[in-house]
Design a protein around this ligand. Structure first.
Ligand SMILES: Cc1ncc(COP(=O)(O)O)c(C=O)c1O
Length: 396
């Protein structure tokens, strides 16, 4: 079956965060997609809806079997099982509980910045201290290994984003192994947020942290969910995997302490449908997104060579270095926010502001490319007009 990603429903006026928070602007910001879910998932949800009773539900064996089969076949991760998984309401709930389980107040949690903005409150809310390991930027991002090692010597936990939002990096096995060796050497516990794991592009394969040698996996958890790849973010379902039963029982405790142990009945249905019947849809989606990413890169390379669009290895979130828009005398501090507001007012375009991903993101903007290509091109045209207009408006 061929799925059509060129068309999608109008989301305006549906209480959509993406569309209804900044009405009247073209929203290429928050990370959900404008596409309808796979018809196979919609049919499963419809069937569940028709039952008409939505009381508390047990998580059935078929849920774990669907996950097991999917990750074994697609990603070579073959030991997912009811005995090493704790289901929960979302990936934020998952990594927040994992931080709670593995730290005491005052412990340092290391993040590789710029990184997903909701990592920061989770660290704070667990009364821990954020320790930045800024990525090295040289047109694209690599790990600053000297700094990584230095920070690992102080940290209790590494909160890893694999693949990385917003840098668009899909960490290689070699990179993950090096992180793992350093973390083991310094006894740093690893929480790997793998919500973007299905969204990778040619030449860049996702390596589950859990497929590293066992000695590294025992001191870690992986947080997984189909919600990002299958556009189910509003349904909210996720899982924590731990190989070590002692670690798993700490996760179970923390999930219970945080009162987020009961999952949504539709989440269970949607996860099973995604992992058992969503493969073909997902592969076509990845191809479509890959071409969207190429379109943005080629278009801006031709029409606005002043910006650097980072190569997208994974996720549907592109990262653009906009610092050449800085006006004479304008400080870098606060630029992303000023530029973002200007784009909203001048060309009615909403992008994500780079500085919300940490100080290392200042000067950048994040573009969500998960929409029909014609809409994305409209957005890029607005971006060019906005960029030129900003640049030619004198600072102060
Ligand atoms: C890296 C990362 N983790 C977690 C989330 C949110 O997960 P959830 O909605 O399941 O809490 C996002 C959403 O964009 C994300 O990018």
């Amino acid at each position: 079956m061929t799925y059509n990603f060129d068309q999608c429903p109008d989301r305006r006026g549906t209480e959509s965060v993406k569309w209804d928070l900044y009405p009247g602007t073209l929203p290429l910001w928050v990370a959900d997609m404008d596409f309808k879910v796979a018809p196979e998932i919609q049919a499963a949800l419809q069937k569940r809806l028709e039952h008409g009773v939505f009381g508390y539900e047990l998580v059935p064996d078929s849920y774990f079997e669907a996950m097991h089969k999917w990750f074994a076949q697609r990603h070579g991760w073959d030991d997912i099982d009811r005995r090493n998984i704790v289901p929960t309401t979302g990936v934020i709930a998952a990594y927040s509980a994992a931080i709670k389980a593995m730290t005491v107040p005052g412990d340092k949690v290391m993040v590789m910045t710029p990184c997903y903005n909701a990592f920061f409150p989770a660290i704070r809310n667990n009364k821990c201290v954020q320790l930045d390991n800024p990525l090295k930027y040289d047109g694209h991002y690599i790990v600053d290994w000297d700094d990584f090692e230095k920070k690992a010597a102080e940290a209790k936990v590494l909160l890893l984003c694999n693949p990385h939002n917003p840098a668009g990096r899909v960490w290689t096995r070699e990179e993950l192994l090096l992180m793992a060796r350093i973390c083991r050497q310094h006894n740093v516990f690893v929480i790997s947020d793998e919500i973007h794991c299905e969204l990778t592009y040619p030449g860049h394969d996702y390596t589950p942290w859990a497929t590293l040698p066992e000695e590294y996996v025992l001191n870690s958890v992986s947080c997984i969910s189909p919600t990002k790849a299958f556009n189910l973010a509003g349904i909210q379902i996720a899982n924590i995997y731990a190989k070590d039963p002692a670690v798993l029982s700490k996760m179970d405790r923390a999930i219970n302490d945080n009162e987020c142990c009961d999952v949504n009945v539709f989440g269970v249905t949607a996860l099973k449908a995604a992992y058992t019947a969503g493969g073909e849809w997902l592969d076509q989606l990845r191809e479509y997104l890959y071409h969207n990413a190429r379109t943005v890169s080629c278009f801006l390379e031709d029409e606005l060579p002043a910006v650097n669009v980072l190569p997208l290895e994974g996720t549907y979130l592109m990262w653009i270095d906009c610092r050449t828009a800085l006006r004479e005398g304008e400080p870098l501090e606060g630029f992303s926010e000023r530029f973002g507001k200007f784009l909203q007012e001048k060309v009615q375009l909403t992008l994500s502001t780079g500085s919300i991903y940490g100080a290392a993101g200042e000067g950048f903007m994040r573009v969500n490319i998960a929409c029909p290509r014609s809409r994305l091109l409209d957005g890029m045209q607005r971006f060019i007009v906005g960029f030129e207009a900003y640049k030619s408006t004198p600072w102060q």
